[in-house]
Structure formats: structure tokens, C-alpha cells
Design a binder for this molecule. Structure first.
Ligand SMILES: [Zn+2]
Length: 270
């Protein structure tokens, strides 16, 4: 890799400390470059998608978004909070390895604090795993309290899921016959299409599930009985997925996510 490439890289872990320091000092539109922390999970994603889907999706999108806003991508947090039966199939399924809420919260809190201590005070928590959401909120709150006590002011944290910019036209493109529910979209049409486009070698096209949506009672039970639901790990059919849908989704999401993120820091997006 040439020196030019390393100083214009979006990936923090590919940069030297001097490259990073120079990027922080040069700044972007009146502040440090935005640093995006992709947050995911190691969670089953049906018989056809890899366990790392929720980490890979925000990572691949973050790299494309960062290129548009002159930002940085921190190494992905590839483990997250426990998969829940109604949104991820459940943490009992083989391959799911997750963190307790407290552990996860403190990991994110510590990373936010260290970014800010080194001048990276524009931070994006870019989530790919719904179960992480409130722990990211808690981590942000604790980090801001800790930074304030240290006298480090001006940190701004923006939290979003990569899916937030899926609007009605995109929804119609993905589900021409109608969306059943976003909660049951785990390992279904949206994620499968995106992965078919972004990481086709990791998708087992011969194993794409086609079955009715999982059914759950309107309440939660602890301990969860894994035999109470029968599903493949996907919570609804992924048969309608295609790489063409994935391409259209990614090409629409990247510029709108870049615009939203830049706007959240009062920046213009090219
Ligand atoms: Zn997922």
C-alpha cells in the first residue's frame, strides 16, 4: 500500500498513529473527521447467511459512507447483545456467542471515551443488530458523563441502525407483494438481498429458506422455550431475495446515510 493510500484510507486499523493524528489535526469542515463504529453480532442468520451478517452489513456500508464524508471506520464490534427469539431467532441457536448487557455497554463506553480523548469527538454508532440498541444508548450516556468529569467537552455521538433510511419506495422494491413485518425480516429478504450483492461468496443460495413467518405470542417468556417455535433461523421467507434488490438497496442507502450522518454533525455532504 502506498503512503498516499494509507493517509486517505477510511479504516482506522490500517492507519499509523501519525496518519491518524494528522487526519484529526487537519480536520473536516471545522472539526475532527467523523469516526464510525460499526456494531454487530455473531448470530445465526438462517441456513443460508453467515453468522457475522449483522457485523458485516454495517461494516461494508460504513466503508462506503465514510468515503463520502471523509470519515473513518473504526474496527467493528463483531459481538453484541444476545439474540432475542422474536427479532433474531434466539441465543440458543448454535454459533450465537454474545455479551451480557453490562459487558457490552462498558465495551462501547470505553471505546467512545478513548476516541474522544484522542480528539475524535464526532462519533457514530452504526448498528447492524437490533438487540444492541438500548445498550448503545446507555454506553453513550455513560461515556458523556465520564468525559465531562475529565473535562473533555464537545463530544457528539450519533446512533443509528443502517436500516433507518429504508423508505416506502425501497420497501416496495424489496417487497412487491407486501412486507409482513420488519421484526420478522431477520435473515429474510432484505439481509439476504444485501449479502447476495455485498458478499455473494458467503451466501448459500441453495439453502435460502422459503417458509411461512414465525409465530410468537404477544408476550415474552423467560426462560424462552426453544421448542415453542419451529423455524429455520430465518424468521420469514427469504425466497424473494436477489442480488439486484441488494444492489438497488445499497446504492440508495449509502448516499442517504451519508447525508443524514453529515447533517447530524452540521456538515455538508458532497
Ligand atoms: Zn441480522
Amino acid at each position: 500500500m502506498s503512503a498516499t493510500t494509507s493517509t486517505t484510507s477510511t479504516r482506522m486499523d490500517h492507519m499509523t498513529w501519525e496518519d491518524l493524528d494528522a487526519r484529526v489535526k487537519t480536520g473536516v469542515q471545522g472539526g475532527p473527521p467523523i469516526v464510525i463504529l460499526p456494531t454487530g453480532a455473531l448470530e445465526q442468520h438462517g441456513p443460508h447467511l453467515p453468522l457475522g451478517t449483522d457485523a458485516m452489513m454495517p461494516t461494508m456500508l460504513a466503508e462506503r459512507v465514510a468515503a463520502k464524508i471523509d470519515g473513518l471506520v473504526a474496527p467493528t464490534l463483531s459481538y453484541g447483545y444476545k439474540s432475542q427469539p422474536k427479532s433474531g431467532g434466539g441465543n440458543h441457536m448454535p454459533g450465537c456467542a454474545a455479551l451480557d448487557g453490562n459487558t457490552y455497554t462498558l465495551m462501547v463506553r470505553d471505546l467512545i471515551c478513548d476516541f474522544a480523548r484522542h480528539g475524535l469527538t464526532r462519533i457514530v454508532l452504526f448498528d447492524g443488530h437490533m438487540e444492541n440498541q438500548m445498550f448503545l444508548t446507555e454506553a453513550s450516556d455513560l461515556a458523556l458523563r465520564m468525559l465531562k468529569a475529565e473535562g473533555i467537552e464537545g463530544t457528539r455521538i450519533v446512533k443509528l441502525g443502517y436500516w433507518i433510511m429504508i423508505d416506502e419506495p425501497l420497501e416496495e422494491m424489496l417487497f412487491p407483494e407486501g412486507l409482513i413485518s420488519w421484526e420478522l425480516e431477520h435473515a429474510a429478504v432484505m439481509e439476504t438481498s444485501a449479502m447476495m450483492y455485498l458478499a455473494p461468496d458467503l451466501v448459500r443460495a441453495d439453502k435460502i429458506p422459503d417458509h411461512p413467518p414465525a409465530e410468537f405470542p404477544p408476550y415474552d417468556v423467560y426462560p424462552f422455550d426453544p421448542h415453542s417455535v419451529c423455524h429455520s433461523g430465518a424468521l420469514s421467507s427469504a425466497a424473494g431475495a436477489s442480488p439486484e434488490k441488494g444492489k438497488a438497496l445499497v446504492e440508495a442507502l449509502v448516499p442517504s446515510l451519508a447525508r443524514q450522518i453529515a447533517g447530524a454533525f452540521g456538515m455538508e455532504c458532497a
